[in-house]
Design a protein around this ligand. Structure first.
Ligand SMILES: [Zn+2]
Ligand SMILES: [Zn+2]
Length: 436
């Protein structure tokens, strides 16, 4: 054992703390993009009747491990786990759908036989290799429809609400890709056909695919490796092999999308890594962006998820967008968040007496619904005037010693550089006259 003190303590004595790698602070102007995204989502969810749900950021680790199926290994590797003081193994959620499904079952929301429509937003955590477009904490915003009957109309509605969300954000070149991954009847048959096909080409496969070939040959279709891609194009197509109920279901989803005038492309290579997906899977991406940053949202039907949670198969369909990627796209396409309206009043004080008096004036303005900015900690008039010059401020109120004694205040129009002294009793009316 070395007697040297821990290296961390010596190397960064003054540097202080920093956010964990792959995790970011969101503040300042950046926040305006997030705010815009929240506002659009809230409006759409109200219109389409989705109710907000918030589930804990921590869940029992087994919830994610047991539902992962073939993807267990990956989920376990990426999971942030922590043992609670009572010995429970908890995990930071790597996605939100599973927590919502857990809540749906726990609160017996399916009992009435009615379907439930939820929306959510919040952070998710995955311990991943860091690269551009990848975070270890990122944010999802999504919509879920659980319970009721399995109606393809709801698959289309989930796609629609995400589509409308991107439309409302004025994002251009959004492309929708649709596929069906079949059901427990037709999927195994198709997987065997894929295995038969790939058996003759095993040597050409990448190492990952050689391993996945036996467990889930579906995943060979979405491998990024060039040779695997070429092979995928020659592989049998699932569209021709879907059983009749699956084929009918998928056709109905597409017909609804046609009716809603939502354009889509079919892509047989679109398969999600989780076994709980049934039938519809979809992706929304920006056409022509950088490879990693292209994908904006994905989702699908997950009727089998509830079985892995220990209950009977229950209809469920949902989709979620990756907020960081959507905001990246908003910036790349110059989708500007709305500027703060120039309706604020900046208050300026000169002297201690005025500073004290200002506190009461701020409360009067707040009660009147007037937005106030201040720099009360600054004493110099010059410094305060400089801060008042931001675009968001329309007026400045200046209170000095003289005004305090006269029970008056100066209202300065920052744009036109004009000013007027008014009695304090008329302040709210005088501000309202100037701010419409
Ligand atoms: Zn089927
Ligand atoms: Zn491969």
């Amino acid at each position: 054992m070395s007697s040297k003190p821990p290296e961390k303590a010596v190397s960064k004595p003054d540097a202080g703390f920093s956010a964990p790698r792959g995790m970011e602070d969101i503040y300042g102007a950046e926040w305006l993009y997030w705010d815009k995204l929240f506002k659009v989502a809230r409006k759409l969810s109200e219109f389409y009747d989705f109710l907000k749900i918030e589930t804990p950021v921590l869940e029992e680790a087994d919830l994610f491990i047991n539902t992962a199926g073939e993807a267990t290994e990956l989920v376990e590797k990426e999971l942030y786990t922590a043992r609670s003081k009572t010995g429970e193994m908890l995990a930071l959620r790597p996605e939100i759908t599973v927590g919502v499904a857990r809540a749906f079952l726990e609160h017996k929301l399916s009992r009435a036989g009615q379907l439930q429509k939820f929306w959510y937003e919040g952070p998710v955590f995955r311990y991943e290799r860091l690269a551009p477009g990848r975070w270890r904490e990122f944010h999802q915003l999504g919509f879920e429809i659980m319970g009721g009957v399995n109606d393809p109309l709801y698959d289309a509605q989930i796609v629609l609400v995400l589509w409308k969300l991107f439309e409302s954000l004025k994002l251009k070149k959004v492309a929708l890709t649709m596929n069906s991954v079949g059901c427990k009847i037709c999927r195994p048959i198709y997987m065997r056909q894929l295995q038969n096909f790939y058996k003759n080409h095993e040597d050409a496969l990448c190492e990952d695919c050689k391993r996945r070939f036996k467990v889930n040959p579906l995943r060979l279709l979405d491998c990024r490796n060039e040779h695997c891609r070429e092979l995928a194009h020659q592989a049998p197509n699932f569209f021709d092999k879907l059983c009749s109920p699956c084929s009918h279901h998928f056709r109905s989803v597409l017909e609804y999308l046609d009716e809603l005038k939502v354009p889509y492309a079919l892509n047989n290579f679109l398969v999600h890594g989780f076994d709980y997906y049934a039938r519809t899977v979809f992706e929304l991406s920006i056409d022509g962006g950088g490879e990693e940053l292209q994908l904006l949202a994905c989702g699908g039907r997950y009727d089998y998820l509830f079985e892995t949670l220990g209950t009977k198969s229950t209809p469920g369909v949902g989709g979620a967008l990756h907020m960081e990627r959507v905001i990246f796209a908003m910036k790349a396409q110059g989708v500007v968040p709305p500027p703060k309206p120039g309706k604020r009043v900046f208050i300026i004080h000169v002297g201690d007496l005025a500073k004290k008096k200002m506190l009461g004036i701020i409360e009067t303005l707040r009660e009147a619904g007037i937005q106030v900015s201040e720099a009360l900690s600054k004493e110099s008039l010059q410094a305060q005037l400089k801060m008042a010059g931001g675009e968001e401020n329309k007026l400045a109120l200046i209170l000095g010693q003289k005004e305090v004694f006269e029970e008056s205040i100066i209202i300065r129009d920052l744009k036109h550089a004009t000013q007027e002294t008014v009695p304090l009793t008329r302040l709210v009316d005088e501000i309202r006259k100037r701010i419409k």
